[in-house]
Design a protein around this ligand. Structure first.
Ligand code: 6GU
Length: 252
């Protein structure tokens, strides 16, 4: 079982966000477990405050190191109580300054069994908390969010669906977009004609080899049009390389 722990000031956001749909089913089926720890519960200050003004001045507030460190220590101690052999967790701090999350990182993290996410808020987290407990810093994209909760949920979703049994059809995690740095081919279902738009006839031909070839070509074509940056890491054939070279010529 994959064990996730989310350290946050907004525990309801995580609980409400992950208890539905495929994630909810994976939790019910004990394929994954998500513990949510409220950092505020570890404050020793009046009104359970967990932030303070930044040394050196400037706008905003900074999350203090102590409640984060105490929450972390408590999580580790409790995990060891339940399972003395538990592997030391990866501790991931969600921040736009981190390494960019992608499908390759999701696959790598799906091999772990114990992952802690630290979600920051306000202007940031006291650097010493990061130094003391964090093993990885990860960003989900080049834009700024108000907190790390949604990024942590996104990572948990992407990692969990790679855990065997989470998806009904084992193939669907394999045969899909981004697995080989190629985008997904277009999909169609009934009816065969809708608002004057017909399903590509090859898909109705019953010829599986032709269908596979068409889908593969569509994947390469789409990747070239929408995400040409992915093609440098995609495994494509000489023939496909030529097709791309011809398309580029057509654009000049
Ligand atoms: Cl991981 N956190 C925040 N606050 N903003 C982000 C992000 C993470 N990734 C992109 N923007």
């Amino acid at each position: 079982m994959m064990n996730f722990t989310v350290m946050t000031l907004f525990p309801d956001m995580i609980k409400d966000g992950l208890n539905v749909s495929i994630m909810g089913r994976a939790i019910d089926n004990k394929l994954i477990n998500v513990d949510v720890v409220n950092i505020r519960d570890y404050s020793k200050r009046k009104h359970s405050k967990v932030d303070d003004y930044p040394y050196g001045g400037g706008a905003g507030m900074v999350m203090q190191a102590e409640p984060i460190y105490d929450a972390y220590t408590d999580i580790i101690n409790k995990q060891k109580e339940v399972n003395p052999d538990i592997k030391k967790p990866r501790v991931i701090y969600m921040t736009p300054q981190g390494k960019l999350f992608n499908q390759t990182m999701a696959k790598e993290l799906a091999q772990e069994e114990n992952i802690i996410f630290l979600c920051g808020h306000y202007e940031g987290v006291d650097e010493r908390a990061l130094e003391l407990i964090v093993t990885d810093q990860v960003s989900i994209g080049d834009y700024v969010l108000t907190g790390g909760e949604m990024p942590a949920m996104i990572m948990i979703d992407a990692i969990s669906r790679l855990v065997p049994g989470t998806l009904h059809n084992d193939d669907s995690a394999q045969d899909e977009s981004l697995t080989d740095n190629l985008l997904e081919y277009p999909q169609y279902t009934r009816p065969a004609s809708f608002m004057g738009l017909d399903v590509p006839p090859i898909l109705l031909s019953g010829d599986h080899a032709k269908v596979d070839a068409w889908r593969r070509q569509q994947s390469v074509l789409r990747t070239f049009k929408m995400r040409p940056d992915l093609l440098k890491d995609a495994k494509i054939t000489k023939k496909e390389e030529m097709m791309i070279a011809n398309l580029k010529k057509g654009l000049q």
